[in-house]
Design a protein around this ligand. Sequence first.
Ligand code: PLP
Length: 238
Amino acid sequence: MNCILQAVQHRIELAAGQAGRDASQITLLAVSKTVSAARVRELALQGQRNFGENYVQEALDKIASLQDLPLIWHFIGPIQRNKTTAIATQFDWVHSVDRFVVAQRLSEARPLARGLLNVCVQVNLDAESSKSGVSPAALPELAEQIARLPNLRLRGLMTIPRASLAWSQQRAPFAALRKQLEALRQQFEILQAGRTDLHDANVQLDTLSMGMSADLEAAIMEGSTCVRIGSALFGKRI
Ligand SMILES: *Cc1c(COP(=O)(O)O)cnc(C)c1O
């Protein structure tokens, strides 16, 4: 067992314990951007299954050379329209959907044989920044539009908050995202009660993709179900 992987798993277990949660509800997503396929393979052979990538071309090469392993690939980077076919074909999850045209193209390009593509909507919680992500105000409508797309399954929300060191400042945006997901669940309960055109299969709001190397404890305290960990597993990126 690789001691670095073990150390990160231990952090997750400790944080889950402190939050009174079961660590088995939290997926460790290893963010392997800029990391070689050989190092991904090494971690996979130690039992790591979920890997996240930000850049399409880099990811396609890695996915191709690791096809013999039963890995689950997550796309977590900004999405260019002309890359949607590659993403829909090669990935199991997309965490960074933030506009309808992208969701629509992902749904159209998803091969039926691969089943529904799991998607999270990326929310930009600090409005003044130029980061990607939909504003909280525009989230309800976008989520409803995505839920109608036949080849996607809406799983939840993702955010990348501004980096802060203080514990309470780290928790605030994660708490805000959790509340957004709770509101979305209520929205869909009401919608599904009154409509037959929204299918349960396309909406399964069980995912809060939040927390990175520096703030996974705060994210888990606020309900994260998927922490995206790069540097704590692979070292600083150059
Ligand atoms: C790079 C990246 C991460 C991992 O960040 P670390 O601080 O290295 O753990 C997580 N999420 C996204 C969207 C990223 O781009």
